[in-house]
Design a protein around this ligand. Sequence first.
Ligand code: 6GU
Length: 235
Amino acid sequence: MRIDVVSIFPSYFDGLTLSLLGKAQHTGLLDLRVHDLRDWTHDRHRTVDDTPYGGGAGMVMKPEPWGLALDELASPRGGVRPTIVFPSPAGQVFTQATARELSTAEHLVFGCGRYEGIDERVFEYASALGDVRLLSLGDYVLNGGEVATMAMIEAIGRLIPGVVGNPESLVEESHEDGLLEYPSYTKPSVWRDRAVPDVLLSGNHGAIARWRREQQLERTRRRRPDLLPDDDAGA
Ligand code: 6GU
């Protein structure tokens, strides 16, 4: 998979060279390129923002640098239109299902906004080049799209076949089956007077599987009732 990221703070993404995603880049499973939006400015101050038409607080990202960046990075490559993601608290919520869907894309482009956002015409223009998605991490406000983009790239990248060494570890996680994960324990069997649940030491694999399923349901009921199908307060 090819991923291009456009940001005025490219060094945010240094962390993506670590661990599994770093290895995926070395082995060629992931081709991640981070770009500085200011490279597409032409004035002495490398300006990327301006005051909003109609007034109001804060600054808006100017369309011209974004247009040039998208022309260069998000034009169809070999007949394939990219998926262009703009992280935004005003977008649809990014979930494990979104991560799964985007993990099958050949080419993703992330446009990280700052300030009060990007001139709206940029999204329309981008729609002519690729499939545009406005995606939010959840109902709270970050200072810009960088941290959200990192979270999305990690969630997507680990689903690319071969990135996570043991594919079985992917299916037993929270959210993969719509429930929270069951609790895990390791040695010692007693630690500071706290014992590991007996069933896990029983060697009875059927009983262990049943216990884990019950724990998943119980935790989900208690912590995230909105995830259960018959929840009145849910989506
Ligand atoms: Cl994607 N961007 C910003 N700025 N804030 C957010 C977010 C995204 N998701 C949640 N809060």
